[in-house]
Design a binder for this molecule. Structure first.
Ligand code: HEC
Length: 90
């Protein structure tokens, strides 16, 4: 029961578009870390705002990418904000 609770919070945060800092990753966030680990294409130097902006630019095509346009297309701005907050958490 207890392990489900943060997930529900994160899920409802997605639905309402509200960013909630929860320990468990928001939907989609763990897919990022598969490619973006500390020793690959690290996102460690980026702030949450920079990640959200990069996602928007990849999605719109304003920023060239090999892969990220298709990935970014799968996320709304609210989802990208929740993911960015999780990726840059302490
Ligand atoms: C399949 C591998 C893959 C996955 C999954 C992936 N990325 Fe990426 N990401 C890349 C690659 C490759 C680049 C370099 C740009 C390009 O060619 O697409 C990149 C670039 C980025 C950048 C710009 C980094 C910089 O230094 O400016 C950000 C921000 C980013 N990704 C965020 C994300 C987020 C958030 C997710 C999860 C929703 C994600 N990525 C999932 C491969 C991936």
């Amino acid at each position: 029961m207890q392990t489900f609770f943060p997930r529900l919070l994160a899920a409802s945060a997605m639905l309402t578009g509200t960013v909630v800092m929860a320990d468990s990753p928001p939907a989609g966030a763990t897919s990022c870390t598969g490619c973006h680990a500390a020793d690959t294409i690290s996102l460690d130097a980026l702030s949450a705002d920079e990640i959200v902006q990069a996602m928007a630019d990849f999605r719109s095509g304003a920023r060239d990418s090999t892969l990220m346009q298709r990935i970014a297309a799968g996320f709304t701005t609210g989802e990208a904000e929740a993911i960015a907050a999780w990726l840059t958490r302490e």
